[in-house]
Design a protein around this ligand. Sequence first.
Ligand SMILES: *[C@@H]1O[C@H](CO)[C@@H](O)[C@H](O)[C@H]1NC(C)=O
Ligand SMILES: *[C@@H]1O[C@H](CO)[C@@H](O)[C@H](O)[C@H]1NC(C)=O
Ligand SMILES: *[C@@H]1O[C@H](CO)[C@@H](O)[C@H](O)[C@H]1NC(C)=O
Ligand SMILES: *[C@@H]1O[C@H](CO)[C@@H](O)[C@H](O)[C@H]1NC(C)=O
Ligand SMILES: *[C@@H]1O[C@H](CO)[C@@H](O)[C@H](O)[C@H]1NC(C)=O
Ligand SMILES: *[C@@H]1O[C@H](CO)[C@@H](O)[C@H](O)[C@H]1NC(C)=O
Ligand SMILES: *[C@@H]1O[C@H](CO)[C@@H](O)[C@H](O)[C@H]1NC(C)=O
Ligand SMILES: *[C@@H]1O[C@H](CO)[C@@H](O)[C@H](O)[C@H]1NC(C)=O
Ligand SMILES: *[C@@H]1O[C@H](CO)[C@@H](O)[C@H](O)[C@H]1NC(C)=O
Ligand SMILES: *[C@@H]1O[C@H](CO)[C@@H](O)[C@H](O)[C@H]1NC(C)=O
Length: 402
Amino acid sequence: METTVAISLTLFILTGLCAGQGLFPQGPVNGAEGGTVMFITNLSPPAQPFRTISWSVGGVSIIVYNSNDSIGPVYGDRITLNKTTGSLELRNLTLADSGEYRVAITTATAETINGSTELVVYENISDANITGPSNHLFANVSSANLTCEAAGNITAIQWMKEGQPLSAGGNIFFSEENRKLSISPVKRHDSGEYVCKLTNPASSATASYRMIVNYGPESMTILGQHIAEVDTHTLMYCSVQSVPPATFTWLFNGQQTGVHEAGYIIKKVSYNNSGDYRCGARNDLTGNVISVGQSLSVKDKAPPPLSPEGAAGIAVAVMLVVVAVALGLYFGITNHRNNSTNTTETGSSHAPGTSQGPGTSHAPDTSHGPGTKGGRVYENVGPPLPPPREIQGSNIYNRSIK
Ligand SMILES: *[C@@H]1O[C@H](CO)[C@@H](O)[C@H](O)[C@H]1NC(C)=O
Ligand SMILES: *[C@@H]1O[C@H](CO)[C@@H](O)[C@H](O)[C@H]1NC(C)=O
Ligand SMILES: *[C@@H]1O[C@H](CO)[C@@H](O)[C@H](O)[C@H]1NC(C)=O
Ligand SMILES: *[C@@H]1O[C@H](CO)[C@@H](O)[C@H](O)[C@H]1NC(C)=O
Ligand SMILES: *[C@@H]1O[C@H](CO)[C@@H](O)[C@H](O)[C@H]1NC(C)=O
Ligand SMILES: *[C@@H]1O[C@H](CO)[C@@H](O)[C@H](O)[C@H]1NC(C)=O
Ligand SMILES: *[C@@H]1O[C@H](CO)[C@@H](O)[C@H](O)[C@H]1NC(C)=O
Ligand SMILES: *[C@@H]1O[C@H](CO)[C@@H](O)[C@H](O)[C@H]1NC(C)=O
Ligand SMILES: *[C@@H]1O[C@H](CO)[C@@H](O)[C@H](O)[C@H]1NC(C)=O
Ligand SMILES: *[C@@H]1O[C@H](CO)[C@@H](O)[C@H](O)[C@H]1NC(C)=O
């Protein structure tokens, strides 16, 4: 019984090998022009060396090995034959090397093992490039075509944006076998880095393109107190979404102030600073202008301490107030978290350890976080502000656009 199985198994293997099946893995061997391939047989080194091994391609001999080697003329320094397995390495590939490779092996016991495999040599992909629109793009209005081109044999093209694969749908279309990406109309979130990856089985290349979608100014708010104590400093920050960044104008009671930064700073508040402030933002590319107003009232200073004891008392009182405010905020936040997702964004910036520095989490299409124009202004202010409100503002701002 066992012998029968063993014999039929041997027969099966031998017939399989003689027919050229199973000696090599299924499918072609892929090589890059100028590269190297290895035709690997699945033979284990035999007990006695093979008597002959001969390799040929399209009827042309590459190497015949018996007692001495005979190597075909164009293969002299390009091949290495493994005489124990019959595997062949072929180097410095050219496109002309593509073809059907055959091996015929005679074992020490005069059995013949034949096999064949196909080699496909691909031109390496080079000079990949994306061409995109040369005009300015405006959100909801413009369309864009990006075309990916390269030299060499290309079998597939894939597009990515910010490292994520891009698929068709919505305002995204592909054509010309994925060579062309069309976005119609462009939306503001279509700004970013586009990459096309061109591949063939033996090589790949990428090209990238940065697309800017202009929009705004939109979603303007003024961040800052409505009430300021006399002789303190105060600031109002004008937050707006705009690409390219907006230019600002601040009016006080309808009069130009000469301030053209996002932040309006009053270093030492006096009573005549009470009134109506209006921030105007203009996007020079879209030509759009918007403005928002806010009032400021200046109130009396708290009476100054009379004695060191009194000062100490006030210091303690201030600390108590700070603690109370912190607790209030904490519970306030907790409640907000439970009630509304919108205010959670705001509240979370109070959480200890959340030090979202300006400029770190800036999305590429944000315009005026502090740290650009506004940031410089604060640096000029003498005493640093308490847990800066403008940072909190930037969180609201940054998060709300995502
Ligand atoms: C094996 O290949 C050689 C040469 O390619 C050929 O002469 C021979 O007939 C083949 N043998 C079998 C069993 O296919
Ligand atoms: C093609 O790519 C392969 C593998 O990356 C490399 O070995 C070969 O030198 C390249 N050929 C050319 C012509 O650049
Ligand atoms: C081996 O090579 C020598 C000289 O190149 C030649 O005379 C001889 O016939 C060859 N032997 C075989 C078995 O091919
Ligand atoms: C031939 O291939 C076998 C199996 O892969 C390997 O162990 C051996 O080192 C190779 N011999 C040479 C001369 O490369
Ligand atoms: C590879 O082939 C090219 C052209 O056939 C030749 O110029 C070059 O010297 C070869 N390189 C090697 C390492 O054989
Ligand atoms: C891409 O193509 C454009 C236009 O054809 C050309 O100006 C640019 O230099 C190319 N870039 C690269 C990296 O080849
Ligand atoms: C573009 O359209 C979206 C909704 O489709 C809207 O929210 C957005 O404000 C529009 N933007 C512009 C610049 O018109
Ligand atoms: C994009 O290409 C399509 C054709 O595929 C064309 O109809 C359209 O006008 C092009 N759009 C732009 C903005 O070039
Ligand atoms: C690669 O491109 C060359 C010339 O463009 C062509 O002759 C060859 O057939 C192509 N090879 C493959 C595998 O597509
Ligand atoms: C506001 O009052 C301050 C003194 O409190 C004075 O120096 C300043 O000139 C006043 N500004 C205006 C616009 O009246």
